[in-house]
Design a protein around this ligand. Structure first.
Ligand code: AHN
Ligand code: ZN
Length: 334
């Protein structure tokens, strides 16, 4: 079977080269420049990921210190326990910008824990207590569903965990679900300076207190707002500062896999997201795959921090694109 395949491939390379007048392989035949064309990857299901996004939003907004938050957290622990080899639950308290003490819970699912070479994949699972970017001011004090802002990335991570239970890459994988990302200073709080540290409290905690003493990974990939229809991911500024080689690797794999319409080879603005603190405090090169939209005032996803960040605006096709790219990235690692 293997030999037949190689022979077939060899013959097709010969026929393509000979069909090209100047002897060069034409641009479109990218597969032939692949060093390992026999690699087969698990198939990521966008519909399955979508069902995990829905399961989260069905709880309602996952705002810290609420019952919905506790129930959603329990659901995520259950899902990771179903698929991962080991699950770590990191409970901690952190003080919000307004002095509220928040109960945080980072949830980590690990595969192949004996492997020294590791990659982590992350997203945040809490949702924002304020729709402070909503055009209706009456909504500013209401919580958001965070279908895209939070749940989309986590949905992709659960689908990856499901696939890893069946087949694992050569590297060890850690799936990290951060809590308390989105409790940052609201726009309407004009009395307070927009303190950068009010965001990403869960990843700040994890970066300073990893779930394992001496935890390290070769690199990390953060997902944030990865589920909107026709989303475009640009090369985010801090990712390019701290881990340009990882950004380039991921974007190249995406383009070769046919997802170049989602992963644009263009520079994006800087986003103060979980990856920033991980790069700063944990020294693990970490990138952020996040939707930039130059046509909106925020520069983000158009329903960012509004009541319209709900399941209706999630597209399984985008989830598939991002999830399949991540699968290829981790299964290509040696
Ligand atoms: C700030 O705009 C300060 N941080 C963006 C990080 C974020 C919020 N991602 C999702 N929600
Ligand atoms: Zn947010």
């Amino acid at each position: 079977m293997m030999k037949n395949y190689s022979l077939l491939l060899f013959l097709s390379i010969i026929s393509i080269i000979s069909s090209c007048e100047d002897g060069r392989v034409p641009q479109k035949q990218k597969v032939l420049t692949d060093t390992n064309p026999t690699l087969v990857f698990p198939v990521f299901s966008g519909d399955s990921a979508y069902s995990y996004v829905k399961a989260q939003t069905d709880f309602g907004p996952r705002v810290p210190n609420t019952d919905e938050h506790i129930l959603a957290g329990n659901y995520l622990v259950d899902k990771l326990s179903e698929y991962a080899d080991t699950v770590y639950i990191q409970e901690f308290m952190a003080r919000a910008y307004n002095a509220t003490l928040l109960n945080g819970k980072n949830i980590i699912g690990s595969f192949n824990i004996k492997k020294k070479k590791r990659i982590f994949l992350a997203a945040h699972w809490d949702s924002r207590p304020y729709a402070d970017q909503d055009k209706d001011e009456l909504n500013h004090h209401q919580a958001i569903d965070g279908a895209n802002d939070g749940a989309s990335g986590v949905g992709i991570l659960i689908e990856i965990a499901r696939l890893l239970q069946e087949q694992q890459p050569e590297v060890g994988i850690d799936i990290v679900m951060f809590d308390l990302e989105d409790y940052g200073v609201p726009e309407f709080e004009t009395r307070r300076s927009n303190s950068q540290e009010s965001w990403a409290l869960g990843s700040q905690y994890w970066a300073k207190n990893p779930h394992l003493f001496n935890y390290n990974a070769q690199y990390g990939i953060l997902l944030d707002m990865v589920g909107a229809k026709d989303a475009q991911f640009r090369m985010e500024y801090f990712s390019m500062q701290y881990a340009p080689h990882i950004v380039k690797k991921v974007w190249k794999i995406a383009s070769n896999a046919g997802y170049g319409d989602y992963f644009l080879l263009e520079d994006g603005s800087s986003v103060l997201d979980d990856h920033y603190f991980i790069n700063q405090y944990a020294n693990i090169p970490t990138i952020d795959i996040i939707q930039h939209d130059p046509n909106t005032a925020s520069g983000f996803y158009k329903h960012w921090h509004t009541k319209n960040d709900n399941l209706e605006n999630i597209d399984a096709v985008t989830l598939k694109a991002v999830g399949q790219v991540l699968i290829e990235v981790i299964f290509r690692e040696k």
